[in-house]
Write a protein that binds this ligand. Sequence first.
Ligand code: CA
Length: 230
Amino acid sequence: MNTPTSLHILVIEDDLRMVELLRTGLCEHAHSVVTATTAEQGQQLVDSENFDAIVLDIGLPGRSGYTIAQHLRTRPNRPAIVMLTALNQEDNIVCGLDAGADDYLTKPFSFPELIARLGSAARRARIAATDDFCFGPFRLDTANRRLLCNRIEIHITRSEYLLLRSLALHRGEVVSRRQLMQAVWGTTIISHGALDTLVNTLREKLNAEQLGLITTARGLGYTLVEDADL
Ligand code: CA
């Protein structure tokens, strides 16, 4: 369960015994640790230092841990966030994940599990940070689920994001209607017309018709064309 990569970790936790436990345990696993006991302190640190991961207690005095997750949400190359919450606080977990946390553990937690979750959350954050898709003037920022055109954000819905990501993943190929519907709606049964409507609204937002960006393979699916074909 040990992760071979040494991480620079910020622990934000107000319970001093827990802070020491976390510091000792994480250092034993060759991670470097900085600690904060309030959200304000934590925020100052994330604004001045680069961390690979944050262990974030939700129940902090004053501002809650969510504010940190929200603060970091739109930042490129943001650290992975693993929340710590008290038992049976499902609302907290949902709010925390909505606010941008990557994973959570409920107290009391097992240390090997924390180490494993931190390692994989940091790995995912690194991949997400470098896994943007660029096509024409656009960049699909997968870490923050944003679409930028010449660095200016174009607002797209969750469904439009999932559609575009699926097309971008298979750039230059016809992505089948079934594949696209699965990427956007999962196993929910949806009419075929819904996919065409979604593609059309996305095309409008991207001015894709004029750019020739998304082509139709009639009856089969859609293609995000290669830059060379634009
Ligand atoms: Ca606490």
